[in-house]
Design a protein. Structure first.
Length: 272
């Protein structure tokens, strides 16, 4: 199933092109395709549907499994159906792929302490987290665990901005946090990790940012009335999301972006 292709450039030199198969059109899938455009195959759910287990897989050298159900509410509402997608068929698909890279989540932990170690015992509190936890243990491939990846669209932030500009009150959680990294960094990390041996590799920002502090920052950035930000506590908090990368980013020659810089750059790009 190898997907190396030879082509001749204007100088008549044959160049070997590595073909990447990207499965899933979510944030990371789209980010990887943009980064690898020219030597990537982008599959849709119609082509590789994880709700079934019959697939026609294109030739490729490395694959990235970005598909799956990520909605916590959907996993709670349909645990059997989402288990089929997120665990059973994900494992079946990975067994048929070349050099698969699969993406996990910080939600395999309960948010009770910061800087979780890569192979620390799991303690998920949601169905989504339990499914990610089981898939992690079953898969034998490169597994990349992220906390929060920030792309162009962040519905939570956009909802806050919309309400603040209409002079409406927002109620961000004070006991929920994120340790965000930008999508560009996440995709670069995943691409570099694909060259490593099978195992678990994780990364997050080095600081947990409570939702209410982010809300105040965004309100200040857009010049909104700060009194419209009224923090509340979530029924089930998740105050810590940072991950100990065990030195992997340094060994890959990468520097983790500052968490507040990631939020500022999102505001700068979005709130024009």
């Amino acid at each position: 199933m190898g997907g190396n292709y030879l082509y001749s450039n204007p100088f008549c030199i044959e160049v070997l092109v590595k073909m990447n198969l990207i499965i899933g059109q979510g944030l990371i899938g789209r980010g990887l395709y943009y980064r690898m455009r020219g030597n990537a195959i982008f599959t849709t759910r119609k082509e590789i549907d994880l709700s079934c287990n019959e697939w026609e897989i294109p030739e490729h050298d490395t694959s990235y499994i970005c598909a799956g159900v990520t909605s916590t509410s959907e996993c709670n509402r349909d645990p059997e159906g989402t288990y089929l997608v997120n665990v059973l068929n994900t494992v079946r698909l990975a067994e048929r792929l070349n050099r698969p890279v699969w993406f996990s989540s910080e939600r395999v932990f309960d948010g009770s302490k910061p800087f979780r170690k890569p192979y620390e015992e799991h303690c998920p509190t949601t169905e989504y987290g339990r499914q990610k936890s089981e898939a992690e243990q079953l898969l034998d491939c490169v597994k990349v665990r992220f906390a929060k990846v920030i792309g162009w669209d962040v519905p939570l932030f956009e909802d806050w901005i919309r309400k603040l500009r209409k002079q409406e009150v927002i109620y961000p959680f004070s006991n929920m946090s994120m340790s965000p990294i930008p999508i560009e960094f996440a995709c670069k990390f995943a691409e570099k990790a694909s060259e490593l041996r099978s195992g678990l590799y994780q990364v997050s920002a080095k600081e947990d940012l409570p939702y209410d502090r982010i809300a105040y920052f965004i309100a200040s950035y857009i010049g909104a009335d700060m009194r419209l930000v009224r923090p509340v506590k979530a029924e089930e908090g998740h105050p810590y999301t940072t991950l100990d990368d065990d030195g992997i980013t340094r060994s890959l020659g990468m520097n983790i972006p500052n968490a507040w810089d990631t939020i500022y750059n999102w505001c700068k790009n979005k709130c024009l």
